[in-house]
Ligand binder design. Structure first.
Ligand code: CIR
Length: 253
């Protein structure tokens, strides 16, 4: 049974980092409720959810995805691009320790897990405002001996690579081509987000289904027309913090 590491919503969530979005009020109670429902969907899809307590000193701590890159044999501990987020890593490392060998990246590398899309033995690493070339080199040094190939990808106009492209099936990707160049993903069946839903590319593929924000109904229709089983969740509050559904868990298979 896969383990899903999650972390509760910080009481300081409203002070989250923002890069592209304008700050709008976040409803803390609603954020907690949506997070509970998200965890429940993960359980229904066969995960054992291990929830870490939130940290009030770390507004963005609910976004555990950014603190590690979990591969089959090793977990790479990140050094997040936003200084305010670096202290989030230790608690997640403790949760990962019984499950994986741990390898940290070190300064001057900065990397957020949201920039790392693992597609079988290929690791696409978004070079973004958060993830730099030093980190891509370190990732490659760590992962290559385990049989992975690390491929840097430019990301534009959005926070992370996985805000631009995620996996939604054995051979299918969901993408917004305005944010990432599709040519790096030759051989994949690419489903485009609906044009009026630019932030609809972040989906969590798990247990043969896709956990997906209810806020993108047109793109959801596109997924369903392709035969993809969609499990909707409300993700309005994490969306206001520039987060999505992959960001709120680390799946350890
Ligand atoms: C941040 O700027 O770091 C958070 N407000 C959002 C992080 C979202 N994480 C993700 O997409 N993996």
């Amino acid at each position: 049974m896969p383990v899903a590491i999650t972390r509760g919503v910080s009481r300081s969530f409203a002070d989250c980092e923002l890069t592209f979005a304008a700050r709008t009020p976040i409803d803390y109670a609603l954020a907690c409720e949506q997070h509970r429902q998200y965890e429940q969907r993960l359980r229904e899809l066969g995960c054992e959810v291990r929830r870490l307590p939130p940290s009030d000193d770390h507004p963005d701590c609910v976004f555990v995805e950014d603190t590690a890159v979990v591969l089959d044999d090793v977990a790479i501990l990140t050094r997040p691009g936003a200084k305010s987020r670096r202290g989030e890593v230790d608690a997640v490392a403790e949760a990962l320790r019984p499950l994986r060998r741990l390898e940290p990246v070190s300064a001057p590398a900065t990397i957020d897990g949201g920039d790392v899309l693992v597609l079988d033995r290929r690791i696409f690493a978004g070079v973004s405002g958060r993830t730099n070339a030093h980190a891509v080199a370190e990732l490659s040094e760590i992962a290559t001996p385990y049989g992975y190939e690390v491929i840097p990808v430019a990301v534009r106009g959005v926070l992370h690579l996985k805000s631009a492209v995620t996996r939604v099936g054995e051979r299918a990707l969901l993408m917004n081509r305005a944010f990432v160049d599709a040519r790096g993903f030759d051989g994949w069946d690419i489903i485009d987000v609906y044009p009026s839903e630019p932030h609809a590319a972040n989906a969590l593929w798990i247990g043969g289904s896709v956990v997906y924000p209810a806020e993108h109904p047109r793109t959801r229709e596109r997924l369903e027309r392709r035969g993809i089983a969609v499990v909707p969740v409300s993700a309005t509050e994490v969306g206001k913090a520039e987060g999505g559904v992959t960001c709120c868990s680390l799946i350890v298979g």
